[in-house]
Each structure stands twice: as structure tokens, then as C-alpha cells.
Design a protein. Structure first.
Length: 554
């Protein structure tokens, strides 16, 4: 029996050798033929070579472009942007062991499968980062789905007509993230490049029934831009057109800066004067604040909720202090909200030098109740005098280049009356407007060092009356020195002369006096010409100042 068992074991060993060959450590370190890990053929590779091959596959797969599609749109994204990664687990180790581990029957079957050319496929787990997928879908939702087109109103010939809306879609975020995750982790990753996202229908706002209630005037206000330059008038008309026709549903918020920007030629604006750092400069969109200010007054009379409002840096001419609403870029904005229970429609018209905003909606306020707004002027902020030396103008020249303007602190009161009787009075806003300097230029050009020194000292005092007095005193300083010199040159002769010489001296003196008179007359004429020139400058300067002042009508 023992002999038989020994003979059987020996036969089995010989059978195993005939199947797998003699033991070869070098052969065992390589993977058998026809073995794949995922889609990577690792036949005949060492474990290190197999790992490198998998890494190359992952790097290449991460570059793959995946299409995300909805009923409306589709976009592509690389697998790496979705956090694509691979987990090979113990697949390389299993590949090395394939055909060499297990009982005799298992190994025999593995060898026969290899000889028959059948492939052994080991798993390679692919996955994506859920948070990256979600972030990507949120950022790109507007590119993947079409927003609904809300119902709207068209106003023609003083009447409203209804324009029907159109339904849109929104992403079902959880279901769409799951669809991408499943796609990446499934075998489809290598067969297709499109993932169908999940959407839900998004209904439009504004039914015909809802918008038919918009017919009452809630608030209306007008301002004049009749004296504006053509460029400024263009900006006012352009700005009004960009707000005209706006519909705000209950709870909707509106930003004037967002509606009107950017202030560029491409967006319909022209360069016109506007406030900047306490002065007026030409900028694209100059005067656009008249649009926001006029709308502000219509909105507050409609009693919609004001979310943000800023006063101008300096006062404007087209409304009372505290009635204004400035905009500048996006850091000064006028924002408000439809705080009613019904839609509102904003009409903006700029024609004939007048801009008017009207807010339409459903009137729910008591007809016996009225709202008024009243400005209270508080403290005056006195203007200052700025005096600048001008070495190109002669001493005695004093030119006003800007009238300047006092600043002001003001507040706006909201007054509610019922049947004509005041029921409440509350502070609606507080505003502060900076003063602008009264500006002068003063000539300091002279041959007289004393005159120049005196004028500079007067300018340094900062007092315009002191400057004017010094200018009057020293304006003829250079000419007087010339006159004195001429008199000494003509005063000649000897006191010890005879009568004939005396007569001659008298004759010479008369000639000299005549000459001096002629020179003085010439000097006065020059002064007169200079004063005429100065007056011409004065006439020119105020004209420029008036233009600047007009430009401050922001």
C-alpha cells in the first residue's frame, strides 16, 4: 500500500511537471500570457512593469473628454476635472499568481485556458470625486439647461399687451451627480463618452392672469435734462431705454448699476462731465446719475423697498438735496426690491429734454392715504478759497477760475397723510454734499523783485482781499522804476549859468517834460492794453467755469 501511494505521488508530481514545467523562479516573476487588468494587457510583465503600464493607462484616461448632455445643451469636460482616479487593489499580485497558485486542478485549468488563448481579466476600479462633480455641475448649470422665459408685458400707445413665457429646465443635481459617478465606475467608461444628465422642468413666471393685474400707477417722477449737452442727453436717453420694460415679480431685486453698466461706447454711451474726486471730468456715461435719481424718486413714491442708495459727492441741480441717488461703477449703486404681492412694470421714457419713470402695479394702498417727501437743509459746509500763483501773468492780474459752492448736510423726510391730515413723519435718508473751492490764479511776473515777493506773501495768506490789495499796489511797480530813471536822465544843466543858458535850460527842461509826458502816456497805454488783455482773460475763464458747472450735473 505504501509502495502504491509512493508510486501514485511520483506519478502526480511527474504530471504536474509535464503541465507546468520545471520550477523556474525567474519565470514565476512574470505574468502569464493573455492576462488583462482592466483594459491593460499585462501579459509577460513583471509586477513593476504591470504597475507602470497601469499608471500610463490612468494618465491617458484622465485626459479623456466626457460629454455631459441634457435636452437643451451639452458640454465636454476632462475626466481629471471630475476627479477621475483608479484603484488597482491587489490585481497585479493576482496576475502574478495566476496559473501558479491553487490546487492541482485549478492550476491545470488556468494553464489550459492560457493555451486556448482565453483572456483572464482582472478588475481595475475607476471612480470620480463626487464633490468635484457637484461643483462642476453647479458652475456650469447655465450652460447645460435653458432658463425659462418669463411672461412679460409690452406697452404701446398707453396700453399693456401680454407676451407668453416659455418653460425651461433645471438640473436634478443629486441624480445628475449619481449618473456621472455610475458612468465613470462602470465598464461604459471605455465604450462611450456621453453621460445623460437628469433635469426637471422649470416653469416660467408671469401668467396672463397674474400680469393682467398690472395696470395702476404706483409712483411717477420726472426731471429735466433740457440744458444738457448732446453727449449728456444721449447718456440719459440710453440709460432710460435699458431700464424701460423691466418687470419685477414679488421679491425680485433690481440693481441700477447692473442694468446700466458697462459705461462704454459699445454700450451706447458718450463722454460727458461727471463727478470724480470732488471735481468734474469727462467720462463715458457722464450724467447717467440723473437716470438713477429719477428712478429713485418714482420707486420711493411707489413705496417699494430701497436696499441701497448713495448721495452724490456734490449737489446736483435737477432735484433737491437728499432726493438724489448716485451710481459709480458698482461701488455706488441704487438697489431696490419689489416688496408688493404683485408684479410691477417699470416704464422709462426720455424725450423732449425730460426723463420720466413710472412704476405700474396693483394698487393696494388706501386711496385716502398719500405720501410726500420733504428735504430739510441742515448744516452748511462753507466753501474754501484756493489761490494759485501764475508766473506767466504780470503782477496785478487776478483771475477767478471757479466760483466754488458751499456744501450741505441734508435729510429727507417721508410724510404720510390720511385724508389730508399728517399721520406720520419719519427720516427717510441723510446726505452730505462736499463744498467746492472758489479758485483764483494770480500773476507774479515782474521785473521788480519787491513786487514778486509781495505778491507771493499775499498769496500765502490765503485771503483773496489781501491778494487784490497787493495786486493793486504793485501792478505798476515795474513801470514806475522806468519813469523815475527817465526823469533823472533829463534833469541836466549848470546852476551857475547866464540868462541865456537859463533860457536854454528852461527850453531843455520843457523838452524833457514833454518827453516824459509822452513816455508816461505810452506806459499808461500799455497798462490799459494789459488790463484789456486781463479783462479778455477774465471773460474767457468764467465761460470755461460755467461749462464745468454745467458738467457737474451728474
Amino acid at each position: 500500500m505504501k509502495k502504491f501511494m509512493a508510486m501514485g505521488l511520483t506519478a502526480g508530481a511527474l504530471f504536474a511537471v509535464s503541465l507546468f514545467g520545471a520550477h523556474d523562479a525567474k519565470a514565476e516573476s512574470r505574468i502569464a500570457d493573455n492576462v488583462e487588468i482592466g483594459k491593460v494587457d499585462v501579459s509577460g510583465m513583471t509586477s513593476k512593469e504591470a504597475e507602470n503600464a497601469i499608471s500610463e493607462y490612468v494618465a491617458e484616461a484622465a485626459k479623456k473628454q466626457i460629454t455631459l448632455a441634457t435636452e437643451d445643451q451639452k458640454i465636454t469636460v476632462s475626466a481629471s476635472d471630475l476627479g477621475f482616479s483608479v484603484d488597482s487593489g491587489d490585481s497585479v499580485e493576482s496576475a502574478i499568481k495566476y496559473g501558479r497558485k491553487g490546487n492541482l486542478i485549478e492550476r491545470y485549468k488556468s494553464v489550459k485556458d492560457i493555451e486556448a488563448g482565453e483572456k483572464k481579466c482582472l478588475s481595475l476600479s475607476t471612480k470620480a470625486d463626487e464633490s468635484k462633480i457637484r461643483d462642476f455641475l453647479k458652475k456650469n448649470e447655465c450652460k447645460l439647461v435653458t432658463e425659462p422665459v418669463d411672461g412679460s408685458l409690452k406697452r404701446e400707445n398707453g396700453e399693456f399687451s401680454y407676451v407668453a413665457g416659455k418653460a425651461g429646465h433645471r438640473l436634478d443635481m443629486d441624480a445628475s451627480v449619481a449618473a456621472v459617478m455610475n458612468y465613470v465606475s462602470s465598464g461604459k467608461y471605455d465604450k462611450t463618452d456621453t453621460v445623460k444628465l437628469v433635469t426637471k422642468t422649470k416653469k416660467p413666471k408671469g401668467t396672463k392672469e397674474e400680469l393682467s393685474k398690472v395696470k395702476d400707477v404706483l409712483g411717477k417722477f420726472s426731471t429735466s435734462f433740457a440744458t444738457s449737452t448732446s453727449a449728456r442727453a444721449q447718456n440719459v436717453r440710453n440709460g432710460a431705454s435699458k431700464i424701460n420694460g423691466t418687470i419685477l415679480y414679488p421679491g425680485d431685486k433690481f440693481s441700477v448699476a447692473k442694468a446700466l453698466n458697462p459705461m462704454t461706447a459699445e454700450n451706447g454711451y458718450a463722454p460727458a462731465p461727471s463727478y470724480e474726486n470732488g471735481t468734474t471730468v469727462d467720462t463715458y456715461g457722464g450724467g447717467i446719475c440723473q437716470v438713477s435719481t429719477t428712478l429713485y424718486n418714482a420707486v420711493i413714491r411707489s413705496e417699494l423697498k430701497v436696499l441701497e442708495r448713495s448721495a452724490h459727492s456734490m449737489m446736483v441741480h435737477y432735484v433737491e438735496p437728499s432726493d438724489d441717488a448716485a451710481i459709480a461703477g458698482f461701488y455706488k449703486d441704487f438697489k431696490f426690491q419689489n416688496s408688493t404681492k404683485y408684479p410691477v412694470y417699470i416704464e422709462g421714457i426720455a424725450s423732449g429734454g425730460v426723463i420720466t419713470f413710472t412704476v405700474y402695479g396693483k394698487e393696494t394702498r388706501d386711496p385716502s392715504r398719500t405720501v410726500e417727501f420733504q428735504t430739510e437743509r441742515l448744516d452748511t459746509i462753507p466753501k474754501k478759497t484756493k489761490i494759485t500763483a501764475d508766473p506767466s501773468q504780470p503782477v496785478g492780474t487776478v483771475t477767478k477760475t471757479s466760483d466754488g459752492k458751499d456744501g450741505l448736510k441734508a435729510r429727507l423726510w417721508k410724510i404720510v397723510k390720511v385724508n389730508g391730515k399728517e399721520e406720520s413723519r419719519t427720516v427717510f435718508n441723510n446726505s452730505r454734499y462736499a463744498a467746492t473751492d472758489e479758485q483764483y490764479t494770480v500773476g507774479t511776473m515782474s521785473d521788480s523783485a519787491d513786487a514778486v515777493s509781495a505778491m507771493k506773501a499775499a498769496i500765502a495768506s490765503g485771503n483773496i482781499d489781501t491778494v487784490k490789495a497787493a495786486a493793486a499796489q504793485w501792478k505798476d511797480a515795474g513801470k514806475q522804476d522806468t519813469d523815475d530813471t527817465d526823469s533823472k536822465d533829463t534833469d541836466s544843466g549848470d546852476k551857475n549859468t547866464d540868462s541865456k543858458n537859463a533860457d536854454s535850460k528852461n527850453t531843455d527842461k520843457q523838452g524833457a517834460d514833454s518827453q516824459n509826458a509822452t513816455q508816461k502816456s505810452t506806459g499808461d497805454s500799455s497798462a490799459s492794453n494789459q488790463n484789456s488783455k486781463d479783462n479778455g482773460n477774465k471773460n474767457t475763464k468764467p465761460a470755461a467755469s460755467n461749462n464745468t458747472k454745467t458738467g457737474q450735473n451728474s
